[in-house]
Design a protein around this ligand. Structure first.
Ligand SMILES: NC(=O)c1ccc[n+]([C@@H]2O[C@H](COP(=O)([O-])OP(=O)(O)OC[C@H]3O[C@@H](n4cnc5c(N)ncnc54)[C@H](O)[C@@H]3O)[C@@H](O)[C@H]2O)c1
Length: 337
């Protein structure tokens, strides 16, 4: 499949590109980025590709050579670029969050359906090796029936070293990534869905902007999901200094905990088993998770599956986030999903 990357920043260079380089089924043909140094960085990696300042120019001149557009732009720009790509009859892989609200989501899903193109949001936590392994452990029945889970995901208000391009934006240009729920809340809900399947029925949330000096956006969310008779308690923050993630799942017969590259399985009356599963939650970008995601995208394209699971999940998560905001504004009251 021939691919063009739109936005050659941190995600494109550190996460997507290393995976593409090791695959014979993906051929990177072009990169779009308005910043000269970023186009130069792309050319250093792929001297024979075409580079464009404007996405419109690529679509006009080189569209016939491209099957998939990989959107790695800052989140505020996803809507317009994904729309342009779908309307040019391209399949689209888009970094998460696909868009920032349900109205924008519905608009893109309608276009993808009309054009019969695959629209695939990068919900990469579903492919994190320790999450995949823990899902297998739960499904094997070793901890019995899951009853309670607690996730703690601490991001680090991460500024990529490649973000100097922001200085070139017009003043007042809104670059919101949607705040902590859209950023890490999305990942946490996606992990819960991977581990347990199904959907939550109610949410109670407290969402705050504690470090007001950094941004107008919320940096902490503590929320509880009532998930088919399980309670899932989630804390996500961008207040940390390095990214960290801890997960605990307690069942009727035992417990699974995940601490970065280690899974601890404790089953009643048995010694705790430590399982090493290199996952590197503490490395931003999570490049090593990307291969499984690409396999799934290519499979959706091959089988003409226009409803990839991550696309359905993106809509459900945006709905949950709207309800979380409503709950938080009402003092953390339970809200039906
Ligand atoms: N899945 C993950 O784990 C993960 C991790 C980090 C970032 N992300 C997501 O990836 C996306 C990009 O984040 P990033 O950290 O790579 O950003 P970044 O700031 O490092 O890079 C953005 C790039 O887009 C370019 N750009 C800006 N405006 C453009 C335009 N109009 N047309 C083309 N290029 C343009 C910039 O020059 C820059 O090279 C965001 O949506 C973010 O949420 C996902």
């Amino acid at each position: 499949m021939k691919i063009a990357i739109v936005g050659f920043g941190f995600s494109a260079e550190k996460s997507h590109l290393p995976a593409y380089k090791n695959r014979s089924d993906i051929d990177v043909k072009a990169v779009v980025d308005p910043v000269t140094s970023r186009r130069a960085a792309a050319l250093r990696q792929y001297p024979n590709i075409r580079v464009y300042e404007e996405f419109g120019d690529l679509l006009e001149e080189y569209s016939h050579e491209i099957d998939i557009i990989d959107v790695c732009l800052p989140s505020t720009f996803h809507l317009e670029s994904v729309k342009q790509a779908l309307e040019a009859d391209k399949h689209v892989l888009c970094e998460k969050p696909l868009v920032l609200n349900k109205g924008e989501y519905d608009e893109l899903v309608n276009i993808a359906n009309e054009r019969k193109r695959i629209l695939y949001p990068c919900h990469n936590y579903k492919f994190a090796p320790s999450i995949v392994h823990a899902t297998e452990l739960i499904n094997s029945g070793q901890i019995g029936k899951p009853l309670f889970a607690s996730f703690n995901i601490f991001g680090a208000n991460f500024q990529s070293e490649l973000s100097q391009w922001k200085a070139e934006l017009p003043k007042n240009q809104e670059l919101s990534n949607g705040g902590i729920m859209i950023d890490h809340g999305l990942d946490a809900i996606s992990v819960a869905q991977t581990l347990f399947g199904g959907c939550p029925q109610h949410i109670s949330a407290h969402i705050r902007n504690l470090n007001k000096t950094n941004s107008q956006l919320e940096d902490l969310a503590i929320f509880c999901l009532d998930w088919e008779q399980k309670l899932i308690n989630i804390t996500v923050s961008s207040l940390g200094s390095i990214p960290k993630a801890y997960y605990i799942i307690q069942g009727t017969e035992g417990e699974i905990s995940i601490d970065n590259n280690d899974i601890f399985l404790s089953v009643k009356n048995e010694p705790v088993k430590k399982i090493f599963v290199p996952t590197h939650f503490d490395e931003p970008g999570h490049g090593s998770w990307f291969n499984g995601l690409i396999d799934n995208l290519l499979d959706c394209i091959k089988t003409e599956n226009t409803k990839p699971f991550s696309l359905i999940e993106a809509g459900i998560i945006l709905d949950i986030i709207e309800k979380a905001n409503h709950s938080s504004k009402n003092g953390g009251a339970w809200v039906r999903i």
